[in-house]
Design a protein around this ligand. Structure first.
Ligand code: AMP
Length: 421
């Protein structure tokens, strides 16, 4: 026998019944996207490496360490053939926005996407090489109302899927005017203690000192004394952040200001936010995050366009639901169609009628004994059995309640009504 092939490291198969819970989470996201008036967008799963290098920043983990490169066909010499699987969707969406001149459409544009993202990281619990996000992006809106609306939307998502204790952490990391001053303040603070920083942080201190703050290994004493971005904001950024918080208060969204929240990608400006389950912070398991990226369109060679968005991690949302013991809402009743003899045509006809009435139906395709068919139906989760026999000539079937064992003979249409209602 040849060796069995297994799934690649860092991926996972979604199997039933977990797919039920997954479907519920996805349906909640789609329904919220509709209620918040977002339009769907789809972009490729891979893009030019350059898009991510420029958009996310060379010093971001996503580009520096986690880029999942794709080389195309073996020996391909196609010009510029350097691609990577998308580590996040924002850069691709802004690329599409610019490429298709979407700015001419009445804005601001509200776009949404659900799909897989890829990061070639060391896999561990809750961290995969392929994972899925629900993403929303708003292009052409300076805020601050939209900032609050998006944070409120994500908070509502976690609540509506059934999670409790999810809080938003928010911060403002300034813009091109005030960030340089803040960067310098961080460099001045950390440089005398450089030997107390991790290797990663020592490197980042030169490239992107803000990222030193989200190093989990950062010495708590050094972290506590670190300059805070909120103390270095220019007037416009300070006013923006003040108004975002006032709006969140007005909407009664639970949030905390987190001075160490800087987000990992270079494109963020001003409002940055993340969602965590309270009390489980230490585990580096953010359920989602996002922020404003007013400079991204220009970095990608387009006209200046303010933007803001978030990505909700669907895999981690599912893990959190399981941890909190939240089951997906019960599916509708399942009906098995069983029969006595070789009457497959009758069984399939009855199944078709019940399905027309909107029911989920699983016909038994075997000619085993009725008792065996009913047993299999119960095991498969059916709560009713439609028993096809002689009475079908008068358009009637036996309707058996598999929980109580009670059975009566009714017209097929009547059976559908009873099961459905
Ligand atoms: P990020 O933009 O990195 O903050 O990602 C947004 C959200 O996607 C995170 O809060 C996670 O919920 C999820 N996420 C990011 N990376 C991974 C990963 N490697 N595996 C599973 N979920 C992830």
């Amino acid at each position: 026998m040849s060796r069995q092939i297994t799934a690649p490291r860092g991926t996972r198969d979604l199997l039933p019944p977990e797919t039920e819970a997954w479907g519920h989470v996805e349906a909640t996201a789609r329904d919220l996207a509709r209620r918040y008036a977002f339009e769907r967008i789809e972009i490729p799963l891979f893009e030019r490496v350059e898009l991510f290098a420029r958009g996310l920043g060379e010093s971001s983990d996503a580009v520096e360490k986690e880029m999942f490169r794709v080389s195309g066909a073996r020996g391909s010499t196609e010009d510029g053939a350097e691609w990577a699987l998308r580590p996040e969707p924002t850069a691709g969406i802004v690329r599409a926005y610019l490429e298709h001149g979407m700015h001419v459409r009445p804005g601001p544009l509200r776009l949404t996407l659900i799909g897989p993202m890829f990061r070639y990281d060391r896999p561990q619990a809750g961290r995969y090489r392929q994972f899925s996000q629900w993403d929303v992006e708003v292009l052409g809106d300076r805020g601050p109302a939209i900032d609050a609306e998006l944070i409120e939307l994500a908070s509502r998502f976690y609540r509506e899927v059934g999670l409790s204790g999810v809080v938003a952490r928010v911060n403002s990391i300034g813009d091109a005017v005030c960030r340089p001053v803040y960067r310098q303040a961080l460099v001045d603070h950390f440089t005398p203690h450089v030997e107390r920083l991790s290797d990663d942080s020592q490197r980042r201190l030169a490239l992107n000192p803000l990222r030193v703050l989200d190093d989990k290994e950062l010495d708590p004493e050094l972290a506590a004394g670190a300059p805070r971005s909120v103390d270095h904001l220019c007037d416009d950024c300070r006013e923006h952040f003040h108004r975002v918080r006032a709006l969140l208060d007005a909407l009664a969204v639970p949030y905390e200001v987190d001075h160490r929240l800087v987000r990992g990608l270079d494109y963020y400006t001003r409002t940055a936010f993340e969602f965590v389950v309270e009390g489980r912070e230490g585990q580096q398991q953010a359920l989602g995050g996002g922020g404003r990226y007013d400079g991204l369109a220009e970095i990608l060679g387009g006209r200046a366009t303010p933007g803001i968005g978030f990505g909700v991690g669907l895999d981690r949302t599912l893990i959190a639901l399981e941890e909190q013991g939240v089951a997906p809402p019960a599916a509708g009743p399942l009906v098995a169609v069983v029969g006595f003899e070789d009457d497959q045509a009758d069984r399939l006809r009855v199944a078709a009628t019940l399905r027309e009435a909107g029911l989920a139906v699983r016909p038994d395709g075997t000619s085993r004994k009725l008792g065996k068919q009913l047993e299999a139906a119960s095991k498969a989760g059916a709560s009713w059995a439609a028993v096809v026999g002689e009475e079908l000539r008068e358009g009637r079937i036996g309707l058996k309640d598999l929980a109580t064992g009670e059975q009566e003979t009714v017209a097929v249409e009547e059976a559908a009504k009873r099961i459905g209602g």
